[in-house]
Design a protein around this ligand. Structure first.
Ligand code: G6P
Length: 612
């Protein structure tokens, strides 16, 4: 079972450098182990290693891996089977003819071992992918397309497969069902990849493989077949390839680069949603009539940081639109009673557009007849394609596993959606909506200003925080939702145990963990609850906490109990968390840096989580 990135090339000459380079760009899909197989003059060369693609690249150089005209590569995030050399892809058929890389889950692997494949078959790995390699050899009688067709029809679950056969050294085969796989013609050959961003500008004509379709690629062209092996003609797809760049804009890490790109991400995202100073009814937003006459409930469903943007929006929508709105974790929602119907708007937020739980939740919402809206960063992704409506965030490619600019861009769409709903529901006047929209337009510049003004205090604090093993983030309402994101950023990249709490809840148990010097970071940007959060800060300070307050400049003349204050520019209450999140992102970045952590690729994580 794997949740991974695959790539393949049929070219002329040595395909290894392109495959390794592509794998580096696919590492956001997992980086527990990596491997390649190429077919050259003397048959196969294959190298697999536990660890990152850099380790694979070194191993390839060290063993002087023979070049080949065709090749496949894989980078893995382990689900079943430890991330060892043995479980790394590619996997081979017992006769050594077929090699396979796979992304997805073959659900009937054990069943196939028992009912289809010979009893005495010996499996070289613990993975389900091995079974696909065995099936190919089992069905092969001289025609690879026939063997692939029989194999894909036997498989249940989701898969994107890259396949080589030593009988056809200049050909690459591929097939896919419910896992993303693209095929493309380029200048130097033809390619397959889980994400064409890994190939970049060389990918000219792009096709998406679905429904067990099969592709046969040679350096000059691609032929497509349906699941039964009959030739078909496919249309190209328009995917925003966006280069999965290995450039960091002069910064040491992608994460810092992406934090600094947030003003552009927010600006590019909101501009298409605004006209003449007002939020438009974007084609992705629900129709006016639905909002006015039917909409009685909103559910925002997502995972990770995207879920955290949902928490902010749920609070805003209830407050400003008067509509029952809740954010739900997709992995819970998909198995819950899901009390939604045709008068419910369900909103699915996802950077990648491929997160398995969010996709399953979307399918459930559609089954229940709810209206579905996706807020997604990647065009052509499954969530964008399957949803009734979609609004794209324009954050550009995000590479660091810990999201920053996609989070900010998602919030920006949710602000626009809130203002649209509020205007249609009549809970704000057009004039008020116009005033908020004007402030929304100022947000990108204020985010930029924030990165500058907070930098000195943040770097100074990070040196101290790096020595701590526990900390807390607290806030109320929107600040509570943003505190969850600040805390997640801190723990995922610095490995410091960090917890986020609704400020008023801390005293119901968790405050017992506060000791002399425990850092407590409070967010207080909301006028109505400012004094309440500050009161909670006094409580922890009285118990020895080191208190840090993140607030707006306009509150600096108030009374509070903070050892250190980080002030962000003033803005309207609904948008303040977009500024407050910036020092939290930077605090986690510099804290992790001081601790010598692998900031862009934190341990055990992957950026795109395509298994449940
Ligand atoms: C992973 C990433 C998170 C992300 C979450 C949801 O856990 O590490 O940064 O928020 O998945 O991903 P999505 O692509 O659906 O936004």
């Amino acid at each position: 079972m794997t949740m991974c990135g695959i790539i393949g090339k049929a070219g002329d000459g040595n395909v290894i450098p392109d495959i390794i380079n592509g794998l580096k760009k696919l590492e956001y899909r997992g980086y527990d182990s990596a491997g390649i197989a190429v077919l050259g003059e003397n048959g196969y060369s294959s190298v697999k290693t536990a660890g990152k693609v850099d380790a694979l690249s070194e191993a390839v150089t060290a063993c002087r891996c023979a070049p080949g005209d065709t090749g496949i590569g894989h980078t893995r995030w382990a689900t079943h089977g430890a991330p060892t050399d043995r479980n790394a892809h590619p996997h081979f058929s017992p006769d050594g003819k077929f090699s396979v890389v796979h992304n997805g889950i073959i659900e009937n692997a054990s069943e196939l071992k028992k009912s289809v494949l010979p009893e005495d078959e010996v499996y070289a790995s613990e993975t389900d992918t091995g079974v696909a390699a065995h099936l190919l050899a089992f069905y092969y009688q001289g025609d690879v397309i026939e063997a692939v067709s029989k194999t894909v029809n036997a498989l249940k679950g989701s898969f994107a497969l890259g396949i080589l056969c030593s009988d056809c050294p200049e050909t690459l085969f591929a097939a896919a069902c419910a896992s993303p796989l693209f095929a493309a013609k380029g200048q130097s050959g033809t390619f397959i990849a889980s994400d064409m961003g890994a190939v970049g500008e060389d990918a000219k004509e792009i096709y998406k493989l679905t429904n067990r379709e099969i592709a046969r690629l040679t350096k000059d062209g691609i032929a497509f077949f349906d699941a039964d092996g009959k030739p078909i003609v496919k249309n190209t797809v328009s995917v925003q390839v966006g280069r999965l760049s290995l450039e960091k804009g002069g910064f040491e890490h992608y994460m810092l680069y992406e934090i600094m790109q947030q003003p552009d991400a927010v600006r590019d995202t909101i501009l298409p949603l605004i006209k003449d100073g007002h939020i438009i009814r974007h084609e992705g937003f629900p129709e006016r009539e639905f909002v006015r006459e039917r909409l009685n409930k909103i559910r925002i469903i997502a995972c990770g940081s995207a879920y955290h943007t949902g928490l902010v929006a749920a609070s805003l929508i209830e407050q400003y639109c008067g509509v029952d709105c809740r954010a739900e974790v997709a992995s819970e929602f998909r198995y819950s009673a899901a009390l939604i119907d045709e008068n419910t708007l369900t909103v699915f937020i996802s950077q990648s557009g491929e997160t398995a739980d969010t996709l399953a939740a979307l399918r459930l919402a559609k089954e229940k007849g709810a209206k579905t809206l996706a807020i997604v960063n990647i065009e052509g992704s499954a969530i964008a394609t399957e949803s009734d409506a979609v609004v794209f965030t324009r954050a550009g490619r995000e590479t660091a596993v810990a999201t920053t600019k996609a989070y900010s861009a998602q919030l920006a769409v949710l602000y626009a959606l809130t203002l649209y709903l509020a205007r249609e529901k009549g809970t704000v006047t057009e004039e008020q909506e116009g005033a908020y929209t004007a402030e929304l337009l100022r947000l990108p510049e204020k985010i930029r200003l924030t990165t500058e003004t907070v930098s000195e205090t943040v770097t100074e604090l990070a040196a101290m925080l790096a020595k701590k093993e526990d900390m807390f983030f607290i806030g109320r309402l929107l600040d509570s939702a943003a505190a969850m994101e600040g805390s997640l950023k801190m723990k995922e990249i610095s490995y410091i145990n960090s917890q986020a709490y609704a400020a008023g809840e801390l005293k119901h148990g968790t405050i017992s963990l506060v000791e002399e010097g425990t850092p407590v970071i409070a967010l207080a940007t909301q006028e109505d609850v400012f004094t309440k959060t500050v009161a909670n800060l006094y409580e922890v300070k009285a118990r020895g906490a080191y208190t840090i307050l993140i607030t707006e400049e306009k509150f600096l003349n108030r009374e509070f109990a903070a050892d250190k204050v980080i002030a962000v520019p003033d803005t309207a209450d609904p948008f303040a968390v977009s500024l407050a999140v910036v020092p939290m992102q930077l605090l986690s970045y510099y804290t992790a840096k001081n601790r010598g952590c692998d900031i862009d690729k934190p341990k055990n994580l992957a950026k795109s989580v395509t298994v449940e």
